[in-house]
Design a protein around this ligand. Sequence first.
Ligand code: UDP
Length: 474
Amino acid sequence: MSSTAEPPPHFIIVPLAAQGHTIPLVDIARLLGERGARASIVSTPVNAARLRGVADLAAGDKLPFELVEIPFPPAADTGLPPGVENVDQITDSSLFLPFFYALRDLAGPLEAYLRALPRRPSCNITDWCNSWTAVVARRVSVPRLFFHSPSCFYSLCDINADAHGLQQQGDNDRYVVPGMPVLVEVTMATKPGFFNEPGWEALQEEAMEAMRTAEGAVVNTFLDLEDEFFACYEFTLGKPVWTLGPFCLYNRDVKAMASRWNKPAVVQSAITSWLDTMDTDSVIYVSFGSVVRKVPKHLYEVGHGLEDTGKPFICVVKESEVATMEVQEWLSALEARTAGRGLVVRGWALQLAILSHRAVGGFVTHCGWNSMLEAIAHGVPVVTWPHFADQFLNERLAVDVLGVGVPIGVTTPAMPATLIDDDDDVPVARADVVRTVSALMSGSEEAEERRMKAKELGEKARRAMEKGRWGRGA
Ligand code: UDP
């Protein structure tokens, strides 16, 4: 008997090849699958190999999730070292621009894949930074939603700053972002914007144009977190915005969390067993995301600061940060001095598994939106230490609007370590770490209020992800 049932909607998802952009779109692909849609993630060989675990897990769960591999342009054409297909592989800052230009060459293979499909897909969801997908979607007549990785608050600031410029406050370096429902102050150094370095003008204009021509936007956020910014953003954008997050809450067990991206450096059960011995809300977790790389003297200030707080901690350092014997020995000595109350993870940590443990009561974060939202979704207050891009505005949201953050006090951006001169002053000293971590974890009235707000938001986040609560806006 033949079935006349309509096939499920088919979403083609094209993430930017950077963890902070790919991880949330992989989560949304699995979520779509769980809610009955089919999702295909388009990736290039190096990234597809890293996504194999998540594809296998989805297959085991019988989710209609597939991984589509298209070729990355050859090194001879891009000027990139062979095998470099992800932002986290770039060790020389002069290669960021060629990397983003190389991505444009994926348009041809993406179009060929879309044209070869037996049925036209329902919708493309493509990263805001992948503006090259706009032309492809138009050519094959498939609607396109853009996914911009930060919050509605950030995106609204960005659009307003782009449309009206920033308004100077007095004669100092403080500016107000116009058109915001709350006062948002920035400096020229911390103003909103992706791709706003000299030399990136063409890419920025393409991204803005791709935003203007999209059918709508998908945001990893939830209404109870930022309903007024959502409403203003949708109005200002002039197209529908779907707030479908926090996507991370799709991952309900360690297996799902572990499949999200890299292989964890330490078996999670060892970390969980250690956390099980700790008091509730007593441990401070420290991680600076997937891109920020700290030079040794910055790392040492973090380590000394954590040691001086006297609090239990888990500190994540990247493989690339522990490349020298000097740093390795320093970290081993730190571990010896803080034995029993300090853990150093060298490499990839299962951040979600750590943040969701009852013992973790604070997070020193670089304010990447995923990290911020993962903290909020698990009711964990934060020490905010922004570095670049949207992170300074994420700090403003956490500290000024939501009341869940203590700012460490950085005022100038610091790009990945490849751009930091080792002779520069440290932007944050150990005393800043002690001051802010102590304020966060002190149990004072102010600290308890902050924690209560974080926990309330965590509850609301969980409710936002209950089935039946999805839709445009709400
Ligand atoms: N992450 C992780 N383990 C690590 C470092 C990062 O699981 O050791 C994850 C983290 O949970 C988040 C993402 O990587 O989902 C980082 O994204 P975010 O937006 O916070 O920062 P970015 O890496 O883009 O700067």
